[in-house]
Ligand binder design. Sequence first.
Ligand code: BGC
Length: 804
Amino acid sequence: MKKFFRITLKTLGIILIILIIGGLLGWWYLSSQFLSFEDDYTEKKDIPELTVDGYTFLDRNENGTLDVYEDDRASIEERVGDVLSQMTVEEKIHLLKGSGLASAMGRVDPEEGIPGVVGTIVATPRLGIPAINLSDGPAGLRIEPTREGVDRTFYATAFPIATLLASTWNTELVENVGDAMGNEALEYGIDVILGPGVNIHRHPFCGRNFEYYSEDPFLTGKIGAAMVNGIESNGIGTSVKHFVANNQETNRNFNDTRVSDRAMREIYLKGFEIIVEDAQPWTIMSSYNKVNGTYTAESRDLLTDILRDDWGFEGLVMSDWFGGNDAVAMVNAGNDLLEPGTKKQWKALTAGYEDGTLNMEAVDTSVKRILTLVFKSKKMTDYTYGENPDLEAHANITRKSASEGMVLLKNDEALPLDKGENVALIGVYSYDFIAGGTGSGDVNEAYTVSLEEGLTNTGFTVNQKAKEAYQKHKNSNPEAFVKPEGMAAMFNPYLPPEMSYDEAMMKDIVAESDLAIITIGRNSGEGGDRVVADDFLLSDKEKDMLNTTCKAFHEANKKVIVVLNIGGVIETASWKDQPDAIVLAWQGGQEGGNAVADILSGNVNPSGKLTMTFPINVDDHASNVNFPQNGLPMQMTDMLFGKDEVPEGEMVKNVDYTEYEEGIYVGYRHFDKAGLDVSYPFGFGMSYTNFEYGEMDLVHENDFIKVVIPVTNIGDIAGKEVVQFYVSKDSTQIDRPIKELKAFAKTSLLSAGATDTLRVNIPVKDLRYWNESSSQWSLEPGKYIVKAGASSREIQTTKEVDLE
Ligand code: BGC
């Protein structure tokens, strides 16, 4: 027995030593490849000053004379040309890839970098060219809130998720949010924000839909351009992502999107095209997936022919993190910057230079684009960032924008509420309110206002019986209520389990309260798609909660309101008759609870409208047959180390490849064409007041259809209305959607009885379709009908225009 024990102990000891050595070796390998890839190219140095003709310059290369690129009176083009002419091939190759993931893992000395920065453009110390910091993401800046040895915090504001911002249909407001976000980047020393995300909601289950705007490319483009303009007004860059047709998370690094040219041009590329035209962003991020067999990051057709030659994009393209496969092919195709940069890529590029496969003209072009960004950045000016953005002012902006994007889906005389009422908050998410999704779209905010806190702040009384029931449930499952932090939070949506209410408990709650608010919560993010059970559909517990609450409160003649604290579409048709009102609150950022309270109390009259269809069944979507249904989680190793190509015959449908058989029939384009009923149509959203549309006038002048329409608030309280302009082709020769969104406008806050005259210009070129036989845009001559609607299914007035 003794001997056995000794042997076991010895074996255990050996296993332990092997594990420790293995772990250390693994960590060393990972660190060398991905985490601490800094080399002398990220080194900082103090650059001496040089005085010439009474002006002071930085003598960046320390040669004692004023070089063209050191002279900030010269144009960026001249300065970039000069640096390029002084760079060695090795320096150029270094510039094409970032310095690894060190800072994202918090492994940098604060003096050397900013913890949480997820990528860099490396410095070129010999020439005094500084490093550039890249940080996520679409809902606010993602940096580490604390730093070792530093006695203060570095929180950023969690703004509402992108889907909510788009639901405002208010480009001015989105631009203001972008401005605030860009200001935080500026003040924290970040040069480029990795957003906005502008992929199309092809199917409701994409785990990252919350980071994206809409199922419609026009709305996506206009909201995306406003966001880019807002952020970039600070002298901070954006990276519009993920270019392109990256619509699922399942096998996201390797999936091949098989899609027609027409669907690409009209649906998946369109939003990016509008953003390039309206905002000319500093950068665009290529996506992980392939399109028709080629990684987007290696596609010359997408990155050069379409993006640069067709659209005139002037900025740089960076890869998504560890995206693409062949570094040489990426640079040759026009993917200028490889992020976050690996040693493998560095070696591959150097080998490509030596064997002549790396196109040196492409290298120079990419280096020029990268240097242009560097010269545009604040790092080349004497701007010293203060590290103290006005977080209080930004909290106000986020609260205001959140309430404007919330959508009132139903209201049977239940809302607005009277302040002071005793509200029974039902369901864990009323207390554990969700600010935003997970992954790189998450933000390290200082606080999140829950619905409970928001209602209390607004003057309501939160019912204590209901709160006690929640507290009891939480105390009996303490581990399930621990929020994951750091890397764990990246890929694990925090979803505490829902609670059960029995009739006796509910009776006690009803007796003490004036009404019930049930919150339904959902969360998802990078690395996984959503599923039907307990996600798109309500779970059994949620259904019970809804039934028990509605029964008890309705018997007592009291109202029930459902608040949807979700990041993507859920099923609503089967249960929407039960509650008296439904507020789609989305995920409103750190001030979410206050913003919902603003809507519920009537402090803000709802004016958000849906940017996607809420279908009756998920398989009503044409894309459903070609969308993964089992929510396979992402394999981190695949992302970091790549994966062997799967032979054609062994490819798994919707995993290795996805056929976009529905073509252009995405969202309402499909539901209209197929004549399907929906639960809530694209563009839908109610108000506490009513609007009347006057007569629409239009003229065809030059290259535009100029439309004018008066809208009057005919109710009792002030409100805003979103008017959508759809265009249909009368008697078409081709297969085209019944109608397509071509413009939208939002009224100002109209007081009761007031009228706003909305004006929009629809470019005639926007009525073209992509002609696959000639590979170009074609305009069908003849009559078109402009339709002004309160939603895609509530057309108020129409007018014809002849484009013979
Ligand atoms: C995401 C990008 C993000 C990048 C850096 C990737 O996993 O797909 O959207 O910007 O990581 O965090």
